[in-house]
Design a protein. Structure first.
Length: 241
C-alpha cells in the first residue's frame, strides 16, 4: 500500500526554470522507487500571501526562481511551515528566504533585506556572491550530528548550484536564536541551514532537484517526502473516530 501526502510547491512556476521542470520527474520517481506518493499543488508567490495558504499541507517546498513576484507571499509560506511544524524544504531562493523570514520574525531584525529584491537596502542579509555560483558544482562539508548529515549520509557532498546571492551578515545572530548552519563550502561559507526541534526544516543554497537526471531523487527530497508522509499519518491518527 502506498502512502500519500500533500505537498505545497511554492514559487512562480515557469518552463524556463530547470528545477521546476524537474518536479514531475522527481514525483514520479518517489512514487515508483520509494512508494512515497505526494499529491503536489503549485502555489504562486502571490497566492502564498493569502492567510493560511499552505496550512493543512503535509509539506512545503519553496523552490528556486527568485526574484519571486511576491516576497511577502514566500515569507508567509516559510513562516507557516516553521511555526506550525509542517515539514519544510527550501532550495536556492527558498534557502535565502527561509533565512530572511527567520531573521525578521525570530531574531527581530525587521529591517534586513534581500538585495535582489531591494538593491538599495541599508541592511542586506542576502547579498550578491563574490563569485557567482550559476551553473557551478561545488563541495559542501556537512556538520556531524545534524539533520543534514542524517539525510545526506556523509560528511561531504558535491552539489549543483544556480544562484548569484547568498547570506553574508547577522549569521551569529541567527545562530544565537536557534538556527543551525549545518553545511558549508570549502571556505566556510554557509550553504545549508536547519531548525533543531522542528519535525523537518532543511534548506540549502544548492539545488538538490538538479542532481543526476531526476530518476533517483536526491536524499534531501526523499527525506522531505518521508517527513510529509509521516505528517499525513500523524494527522490521520489524530482525527476523532
Amino acid at each position: 500500500m502506498m502512502n500519500t501526502a500533500t505537498l505545497a510547491l511554492v514559487g512562480d512556476r515557469s518552463p524556463h526554470v530547470v528545477s521546476h521542470t524537474r518536479v514531475p520527474v522527481l514525483l514520479d520517481a518517489l512514487a515508483a522507487r520509494d512508494r512515497l506518493v505526494l499529491d503536489a499543488y503549485w502555489i504562486s508567490s502571490e497566492d502564498a500571501a493569502a492567510e493560511g495558504a499552505v496550512r493543512g499541507f503535509d509539506a512545503v517546498w519553496v523552490l528556486p526562481g527568485s526574484p519571486y513576484r511576491s516576497e511577502a507571499g514566500v515569507l508567509a509560506a516559510v513562516r507557516t511551515a516553521r511555526e506550525e511544524g509542517i515539514p519544510f524544504l527550501g532550495t536556492c531562493g527558498g534557502f535565502q528566504h527561509a533565512l530572511l523570514e527567520y531573521a525578521r520574525n525570530v531574531c527581530g531584525l525587521t529591517r534586513v533585506a534581500h538585495a535582489e529584491n531591494d538593491p538599495d537596502a541599508e541592511d542586506p542579509l542576502i547579498e550578491p556572491l563574490a563569485c557567482s555560483l550559476v551553473g557551478h558544482e561545488a563541495a559542501v562539508a556537512v556538520e556531524p550530528d545534524s539533520l543534514a548529515a542524517s539525510v545526506i549520509g556523509s560528511a561531504r557532498t558535491v552539489e549543483r548550484y544556480f544562484c548569484a546571492y547568498g547570506p553574508t551578515r547577522h549569521l551569529d545572530t541567527l545562530r544565537a536564536h536557534g538556527l543551525r548552519f549545518s553545511g558549508h563550502d570549502e571556505d566556510g561559507r554557509v550553504r545549508m541551514a536547519e531548525l533543531p526541534g522542528h519535525p523537518f526544516f532543511l534548506a540549502s543554497l544548492f539545488q538538490p532537484e538538479l542532481a543526476g537526471d531526476g530518476s533517483r531523487p536526491h536524499p534531501m527530497i526523499r527525506a522531505l517526502a518521508r517527513a510529509a508522509v509521516e505528517h499525513a499519518a500523524s494527522r490521520t491518527a489524530a482525527r476523532p473516530v
